[in-house]
Design a binder for this molecule. Structure first.
Ligand SMILES: Cc1cc2nc3c(=O)[nH]c(=O)nc-3n(C[C@H](O)[C@H](O)[C@H](O)COP(=O)(O)OP(=O)(O)OC[C@H]3O[C@@H](n4cnc5c(N)ncnc54)[C@H](O)[C@@H]3O)c2cc1C
Length: 250
C-alpha cells in the first residue's frame, strides 16, 4: 500500500469527545465515498507507545468531491488516540489507501439505506455529501444509532442535507426523555423502524457502518426480514474494542 504525507489543516469538535481531523488531500489520492484509509503517525511523533505502532484504519468522512481528507474519532486511551489529540495544525502524518468495497455505485437506481452506529456517521457523511454533489435522485434513508444526541457526529449537517428524496431517522438508545424531532426515535434500530422510514425496504440496498457488534446486530435484522446478502454492504470497524464496541447501538 502506498502512503502519502498529509498536513493537519484544522480540527473540529463534532460530538461529545469526538473530533474531526481535516488533512490536506495528497495529489493523486482518489477514493469512493464509503472507503477507509490507514492513518499512520510517525514513530517519533507518538507521545506514548501504541499497541499498533501508530496505525489505524479509519473511514474517510469527507466526500471525494471535497478538497480535504477528513477523519472522525472518539477520544481514547491508546498512544494513537492520545497523539491524535495532541496534534496541532501543520503537523504531518501519513495516509495509506484507499481501502474497502462498501461503496455506492452510479447507475443503480435502487433506494439506499445507510445504517450507521456511532462514528459510523463518518462514511455516511461522505456518501451523502457525494450524493448531493452528484445531484443523485435516488432515495436515501440514513438510520443512525447513538446513545444521546450529544454523541451524534454531524447532526446539524446531516439534518440539513438536501437531496430530492432523503430521510434522516436517528435513534437515541439511552435517552429517557420522549422523542420530539422529526425522524427521532428511541431504542435500537429495529426491523419496524426500517419498514417505517423505508417502505421500499424489500428492494433496497443496505450499507451497514459501525463497530462489529452493531454490524452483527444489523445483519441479523436484515437477514430476518429476508434481505439477500448481496444487497448488504459491510466493512465492520473491527478493532473498535473500546466501551462503544460491544453495544449494538454504539
Ligand atoms: C474499516 C474500518 C473503519 C473504521 N473507521 C473508524 C472511524 O471512522 N472512526 C473511528 O473512531 N474508528 C474507526 N475504526 C476503528 C479504529 O481503527 C480504532 O479501532 C478505533 O478508533 C479505536 O481506536 P483506539 O486507538 O481508541 O483503540 P484500539 O486500537 O481499538 O484499542 C483497543 C482497546 O485496547 C485498550 N487499550 C489499548 N492500549 C491501551 C492503553 N495504553 N491503556 C489502556 N487501554 C488500552 C483500550 O480499551 C482500547 O479501546 C475503523 C475500523 C475499521 C476496520
Amino acid at each position: 500500500m502506498d502512503f502519502f504525507p498529509v498536513t493537519l489543516l484544522r480540527i473540529e469538535s463534532v460530538a461529545d469527545r469526538t473530533l474531526t481531523f481535516y488533512f490536506s488531500k495528497p495529489e493523486g489520492f482518489t477514493f469512493h465515498a464509503g472507503q477507509y484509509a490507514i492513518l499512520r503517525i510517525p514513530a517519533e511523533r507518538l507521545i506514548q507507545s501504541d499497541i499498533r505502532s501508530g496505525m489505524r484504519p479509519l473511514s474517510i468522512a469527507s466526500a471525494p468531491s471535497e478538497t480535504e481528507l477528513a477523519f472522525v474519532m472518539r477520544e481514547g486511551v491508546t498512544g494513537f488516540k492520545k497523539t491524535m489529540w495532541d496534534l496541532t495544525v501543520g503537523d504531518v502524518i501519513s495516509v495509506g489507501g484507499p481501502v474497502g468495497h462498501a461503496t455506492i455505485h452510479d447507475g443503480d437506481v435502487r433506494p439506499i439505506a445507510i445504517l450507521s452506529g456511532g462514528v459510523g456517521m463518518a462514511p455516511a457523511r461522505s456518501m451523502l455529501i457525494e450524493a448531493v454533489a452528484k445531484n443523485d435522485t435516488r432515495k436515501y434513508v440514513l438510520f443512525s444509532s447513538n446513545r444521546f444526541l450529544a454523541d451524534v457526529p454531524f447532526q446539524n449537517e446531516l439534518t440539513a442535507i438536501r437531496l430530492p428524496d432523503f430521510t434522516y431517522a436517528f435513534t437515541l438508545s439511552a435517552e429517557s426523555e420522549p422523542a420530539t424531532l422529526p425522524g427521532e426515535e428511541r431504542g435500537r434500530i429495529t426491523a419496524e423502524m426500517i419498514k417505517k422510514y423505508l417502505p421500499e425496504w424489500p428492494e433496497s440496498l443496505y450499507y451497514v457502518i459501525g463497530a462489529p457488534a452493531f454490524a452483527d446486530a444489523m445483519k441479523v435484522i436484515l437477514s430476518d426480514i429476508g434481505i439477500a446478502e448481496e444487497n448488504i454492504h459491510i466493512d465492520p470497524f473491527s478493532g473498535l474494542t473500546g466501551p462503544g464496541a460491544n453495544t449494538v447501538n454504539a
